[in-house]
Write a protein that binds this ligand. Sequence first.
Ligand SMILES: O=C(O)CCC(=O)C(=O)O
Ligand SMILES: [Fe+2]
Length: 292
Amino acid sequence: MTITTQQARDAAEQYREEGFALVRQFIDGDALNRLKTETDRIYQAGLEHPRTWRHGNLSFEILPEADFGSRYVIQAYWMSWMSEYFEAFRRSESYRILLEPILGKNIKQVAQQIHWKPPGAGLTGYRFHQDLRFREARDAYVDIAGSTVNTGLAIDPSTLENGCLQVVPGSHKLGYIGLSDEGDGQIMKGLTAEEELRAKGIDPASVVPLEMQPGDMALWGLLTVHGSLPNESQQDRAFAISSYVRAENSDRGEWAFRNGTSIPLGATPQLCKWEQLHERPEPHYVDDKWYA
Ligand SMILES: O=C(O)CCC(=O)C(=O)O
Ligand SMILES: [Fe+2]
C-alpha cells in the first residue's frame, strides 16, 4: 500500500489551512525495508569521514571524535549522488501523487537530506525556526514560500523522547518572524525558551509534536514554525527530508517531475545548498566548528 490520490488531496488541504500535514503510511512493507537498509548504508559511508565533507551537493555533516568523544553523522545531503535507491525514490510515484495537488506537474527538488539523532551525540535538537532562513538565493525564485513544500519521512519511529518534529499550526500565516536568527543563528545549539515563542506571538501550548511511525510522512512549508528536541532516548531517529518547488517559479534545483514524468539526475549537479559550492564543487573537508 502507498499513498492514494485522495490522501494526497486531503494532505494538500490540511497543508494549506494549517501549514503542515501528516500522511500515515506514505510507504510501507518492502519499500520501507529498503529505505531503512539504504539509510544504514549511507550512515556507514558517512562514518568514513573524520570531519564534515562536501562534494558538490553530496555532503556529510560530522560531529568529530575529538570534540564529541565519538564520531557521529548527523546529516547527509543529496544522497542521490551515491545511492541509486535514493535517486529513484526522490522522484518515485509516491512522491508524484503526494506533491501534485500542492505543486502541479512540473516540480524541482531543492533539498535532499537525512537527519540522524544518534543516542549520545548531544547536539541533535533544532531550535524553532522557519525554513525560509535556509534559502539564500532569493532572486532565483518567484513566490518562494507559496511555491515550496518540505517533506519529512520517518525512517525510524519518531517520538517525543527521540526528538520528533514539532510544528505550530497556522504559523505559516504570520510571515517571516526571525525565530533563532539572533547571535550566530545556529539552530542546533541550545533550546528555544518558551519566552522566545511568546515574544513572537506564539503560545507554547499550541506546539504540536508529530510522533510518527516508520513510513509516515510530514509536510510543512517555508514559513511554518517548527523545531525538534535533542534525542534523550537510546533509539536513533533517522528522518528523510526533501524540499520541492514549483518548477515554473524556480531557477534552482534538480528536476523531479516534468509534466508528471519522473526525471533522473543529469551528469552534473545543480548546486543548491551552500552558495560557496559554486567556488568549490570538488571534494573537500570543512572546518567549521559551529558547535563550539
Ligand atoms: O530534523 C529535524 O527534526 C528538523 C530539521 C529541520 O527543521 C531543518 O533541517 O530545517
Ligand atoms: Fe527546518
